[in-house]
Write a protein that binds this ligand. Sequence first.
Ligand code: SAH
Length: 252
Amino acid sequence: MEKIYFVGAGPGDKDLITLKGYKLLSQADIVIYAGSLVNPDLLDYCKSGARLYDSAGMNLEEIIDLMREGAEKDLLVVRLQTGDISIYGSIREQAEELKKLNIGYESVPGVSSFLGAAGALGIEYTVPEVSQSLIITRIEGRTPVPKLESLKSFASHQTSMAIFLSVQNIDGVVDQLLEGGYPADTPVAVVYKATWPDQDLVRGTLEDIAGKVKEAGIKKTALILVGRFLGHEYNYSKLYDKYFGHEYRDSI
Ligand code: SAH
């Protein structure tokens, strides 16, 4: 019986899939792709005759049935999901169902959208002495978030944040971040469809970002990046400092 390959499709740009993901996709007999977010141009890599299924309109049972059919017939099945599969990938339930059926799987990482967004902005989340941690989170919506992980509680750290799945409630995000302790002048960037041809960037502060996002008409497929790493303040790292020696280089 063949195993199933979960492949991260990358954030949008069809060149941002890994070589390993590309090879699997181009050899796959069955591809189940998350059509709501995966760039359809990636399907150009599939061989002719590959069976392509958009999972947007499918439920878990239907997805698992297809995977089982492929595994039983020794076909190469690729489950193609946006960004990296380990971030809001709904992968756990698929993996658990496969385990029940004794079907193996392998995960192939992808470039997550928070990395695509960093590329689009040309920024570093971990600027020396400004921020050395990145919180990846979301606001609660129809999917609840554990109480101890509220945006408000994370805001008390005032570190870098990449907030997924939340732009539709930008007002709620801003309220919680301000209540939690970020100053109102904290820089914010909202990146819509990072690395896609219709990518859009909106920059502001916690004070004015909500209005700007609404004005730009951004309601989904966006990341809210928050923190002083987006500001003008920075420090040089020690790594390349000529007065700072380390294992690979002596100081002058
Ligand atoms: N596994 C994906 C995330 C899936 S959850 C990843 O690693 O990126 C879907 C959310 O991801 C969207 O609501 C949005 O917040 C974010 N997202 C996905 N692709 C994006 C892109 N190209 N640009 C900005 N945000 C994106």
